[in-house]
Design a protein around this ligand. Structure first.
Ligand code: PMP
Length: 462
């Protein structure tokens, strides 16, 4: 039987999905009673499922990915043209879109120099960890091998990326982990762990230094951090945090690896999240927004100094970066990434994100004034979180059934919103919004109205 992807029976799709597909991060038991959702079409910020229901997508494809919105013909055309000309070659050769995208990307990242291609955020981070480990061997006799990560940050799904992840609920069932990864405390001001909040950014950063000192600075090669913690609760860094983190890294000769898998390519109103904070990283990883999900691509970007450490004379067989990513040789990724970047530039989307982000935060703060259950509103650009609490005084998190019910209510109203992974004290109490960078005021009003209705029904002030 030939399958026509443009003409098919919707109920058959749902039946095939239900019978054979194992969905990501999903409990399948409910599908014994209810249909799984299968998305069939998208345009701009709107998607339609196999049952014909339409939704406004406030989370860019579920996990903050489709930055430029759905149905972009310029990206599809660029990928198609590239694929018929040259779809793939790996080993040591480069390809045309990879060369041009690398050049464009580095233009947006002053201080950075080299782009290493692979396919997913997890893989980009794995490459970064391998770079750090190899530098430890080359320069420090293997001693500086430890990599620090922060509580609540997520760096990917492979065992080593999980070893570097600070969300116990996503990792603990998959141990034992790769040795040499060490956690330090999160920096969420609303969930202040270190006494009163004055000068909190500096104090939270000093917690990292304590861990470095306890481990021995001569054993720590790198720290890996999200610029704004995404899935762990949309945690924006407190004032002064990043300056201190950078200072500590320099003091102990520790590489700073920023994971821009979520913030990268415009989500927060700058090309990269770290650019808000004046940081000079040594390694930057990115994936989701690089090609907005039109093709699988990720990048591990380094300074020239990091790259230089791998240049040796030809007789040293161990000295270069002995790593390959088979699909890092696909040309669809960089071709899509080039077209994606062109859209962001031509449509002034960074500016739109800054303006619309402020508008959205303002509207969410108005909601906070009206509903006691919204304990904290935080975010940057089109990347916001609403932390829900039982009591504003004690800040006790709500049971996770409430954000689940709020998201379900919004879905019934035709708006898809997100929930972060369990955030604090084991509760999943943060709702998140990450609409496409093209969002208009009217789109954001529609999202806020759905939330307003849901809160009015499910969490009216008592
Ligand atoms: N880093 C961060 C900050 C992420 O949010 C994610 C994915 N949610 C990853 C890495 C892993 O990316 P991928 O799923 O593409 O492997």
């Amino acid at each position: 039987m030939t399958i026509d992807l443009n003409d098919f029976d919707s109920s058959k799709v749902v039946a095939s999905d239900r019978k054979h597909v194992w969905h990501h991060i999903t409990q399948h038991k409910p599908f014994e009673q209810n249909d799984p959702m299968v998305i069939v079409e998208g345009k701009g910020m709107r998607v339609r499922d196999a049952r014909g229901n339409e939704y406004l997508d406030a989370v860019s494809g579920g996990v903050w990915t489709v930055n430029v919105g759905y149905g972009r013909e310029s990206i599809a055309d660029a990928v198609r043209d590239q694929l018929v000309k040259m779809n793939y070659f790996a080993q040591s050769a480069g390809n045309v879109p990879a060369a041009f995208f690398a050049e464009k990307l580095i233009e947006k990242m002053p201080g950075m120099s080299r782009v290493y291609y692979s396919n997913s955020g997890s893989e980009a981070n794995e490459k970064a960890f391998k770079i750090v480990r190899q530098i430890a061997q080359k320069k420090y006799g293997g001693k500086k091998y430890k990599i620090l990560f922060r509580e609540r940050d997520y760096h990917g799904t492979t065992i080593t990326a999980l070893s570097a992840t600070g969300q116990f609920e996503r990792k603990n069932q998959y141990g034992p982990f790769t040795p040499g990864f060490v956690e330090f405390p999160h920096c969420c001001e609303y969930r202040s762990q270190f006494g009163d909040v004055s000068d909190y950014g500096v104090r939270a950063a000093l917690e990292m230094e304590k861990v470095i000192l306890a481990e021995g600075p001569e054993t720590v090669g790198a720290v890996c951090l999200e610029p704004i913690t995404a899935g762990g609760g949309v945690i924006t860094p407190p004032h002064g945090y990043w300056e201190k983190i950078q200072e500590i890294c320099r003091k102990y000769d520790i590489l700073l690896h920023i994971d821009e898998v979520v913030c990268g390519l415009g989500r927060t109103g700058t090309w990269f999240g770290y650019q808000h904070y004046g940081i000079k990283p040594d390694i930057v990883t990115m994936a989701k927004g690089v090609a907005s999900g039109y093709a699988a691509i990720s990048c591990t970007v380094t300074t020239e100094e990091v790259f230089e450490a791998f240049k040796d004379d030809a007789s040293d067989r161990m000295g270069y970066f002995r790593d390959i990513s088979t699909f890092g040789g696909c040309t669809a990724g960089p071709a899509a990434a080039l077209a994606n970047m062109q859209i962001i530039e031509e449509e002034n989307l960074l500016e739109n994100v800054t303006q619309m982000g402020e508008y959205l935060l303002g509207r969410l703060r108005q909601l906070q004034d009206r509903y006691e259950v919204i304990g904290d509103v935080r975010g940057k650009g089109l990347f916001c979180g609403l932390e829900l609490v039982k009591d504003r005084q004690t800040r006790e998190p709500v049971d996770e059934s409430l954000p689940i019910a709020i998201a379900a209510d919004c879905m019934k109203q035709g708006v898809i919103i997100g929930r972060t992974n369990r955030s604090f004290e084991q509760f999943n109490n943060t709702l998140c919004l990450s609409p496409a960078l093209i969002a208009t005021q009217a789109d954001l009003d529609e999202i806020v109205e759905a939330l307003d209705n849901a809160f009015a029904r499910l969490a009216p002030n008592s």
